[in-house]
Design a protein around this ligand. Structure first.
Ligand SMILES: [Zn+2]
Length: 110
């Protein structure tokens, strides 16, 4: 990507989103490394929790966006394609294989 080029539209699926985040932050993310990037991710999750508690729609959108971006950064740094990770759920619950999930314990998503 050249300076001045518009980034890829981030709404066109996880593959495009991951490529977009890598184009914007990839060099900085690689220099920062996984442990420090993970700390940023956790901090953003905390900010999302505060936004949920406050119930501010615009702030919620921003915090979900930041958490998704940091999660995607960690996927890139660890060699995971987010689209592949998401595909794990494409046939329903990964444990019971049913839509909706028919596992005995409803809150169990492991
Ligand atoms: Zn299930």
């Amino acid at each position: 990507m050249e300076p001045g080029d518009a980034p890829l539209p981030p709404h066109r699926g996880l593959k495009a989103f991951q490529a977009n985040i890598a184009a914007i932050y990839g060099a900085k993310d690689a220099a920062r490394g996984i442990p420090e990037s993970y700390m940023w991710f956790v901090e953003e999750v905390g900010e999302l929790g505060r936004a949920i508690r406050r119930g501010e729609p615009e702030n919620l959108r921003e915090e979900f966006s930041d958490v998704l971006a940091w999660l995607t950064t960690l996927a890139s740094l660890t060699g995971i394609e987010m689209e592949d990770a998401a595909r794990r759920y494409s046939d329903g619950c990964p444990r019971c294989g049913v839509v909706p999930c028919a596992c005995q314990r409803g809150a169990d998503r492991e």
